[in-house]
Design a protein around this ligand. Structure first.
Ligand code: NAG
Ligand code: NAG
Length: 269
């Protein structure tokens, strides 16, 4: 998962034409859609609560439910959070970016934290949802890495009311594809996704194949049961929130290997 392959191919932007795009109206999610390349717009501020986990090093944020591995070395830094299942939505919330600010607590500071969703805050039904079961549905809750929480409140607060909104994910460079699996099964962890940051569907194409539909495995990982060894690979990705699709051509060269990470030259914005 550690090597970053610098190969970049010709990449093109395409837009899935949707009814609400052609009408120029507002989608169900409330985001105005525009002609490609669409830029993800922030959502309105909404109420929730936040706690923190781990310590200042954010070491405990590694190995989260999105499958990003070590989030600090994989580019997400220490400004990350675990989402309650209501907004984690079975992993489709992975990679989304949020601004969070503390409100109505004496422990609030004036800072606004910008975090990436990298983990699930699981429900604990043995606790009341208003007394420790903060992540129980239908609550919207952010269990923030401690360095992120300390930007908005004093850690002594434990739990604080917050206002939050979705914001575009600002990423450097193209989408990254981390390969796992075996000779007959390609499992791809998708990282560094810009714009809405999330994924709803994905396809892979070898130089000798048509587009192969991949299925969602867990977190931000997608799989194809196919033998693709020895073929250069391209990927097509649809955003969960915006439904926009981009194609990343020749992301991995024909001699790609499991355990390596390959980077496209393009990204969502
Ligand atoms: C859920 O809460 C109970 C009661 O406080 C606690 O004993 C248990 O460890 C919690 N479970 C998890 C998975 O955190
Ligand atoms: C592709 O796979 C996904 C996940 O298994 C499925 O929901 C979707 O219907 C499939 N799409 C097509 C066009 O086969």
């Amino acid at each position: 998962m550690s090597t970053l392959h610098p190969l970049s191919g010709l990449c093109i932007f395409i837009t899935i034409t949707m009814i609400f795009t052609s009408l120029g109206s507002v989608s169900a999610a409330g985001y105005k859609t525009a002609r490609a390349p669409a830029v993800y717009k922030p959502s309105p501020w909404t109420q929730a609560h936040a706690t923190f986990y781990g310590d200042e090093s954010a070491a405990s944020t590694s190995g989260g439910a999105c499958g990003y591995g070590n989030v600090v070395t994989n580019g997400y830094g220490t400004d990350t959070a675990a989402l309650s299942s209501t907004i984690f939505t079975d992993g489709y919330g992975c990679g989304q970016c949020y601004q969070i600010k503390c409100v109505q607590s004496p422990w609030c500071s004036t800072g606004v934290a910008t975090i990436t969703a990298t983990n699930l805050c699981p429900p604990n039904y043995s606790k009341d949802s208003n007394n420790g079961g903060w992540c129980n549905p239908p609550r919207t809750h952010f269990d923030m890495a401690k360095p992120a929480f300390m930007q908005i409140a004093q850690w002594k607060a434990g739990i604080v009311p917050v206002m939050y909104r979705r914001v575009p994910c600002i990423r450097t460079g193209g989408i990254r594809f981390s390969f796992q699996g075996n000779g007959y099964w390609l499992l791809v962890y998708v990282m560094n996704v810009g714009g809405a940051g999330d994924i709803s569907q994905m396809w892979v194409k070898g130089t000798k194949t048509a587009w192969i539909n991949m299925s969602h495995n867990w977190g931000a990982s997608y799989q194809a049961f196919a033998t693709l060894k020895g073929q250069a690979l391209s990927f097509k990705i649809t955003s969960y929130t915006t439904k926009q699709t981009i194609v990343c051509n020749n992301v991995a060269p024909a001699n790609w290997n499991l355990g390596l990470t390959y980077q496209a030259s393009n990204n969502f914005h």
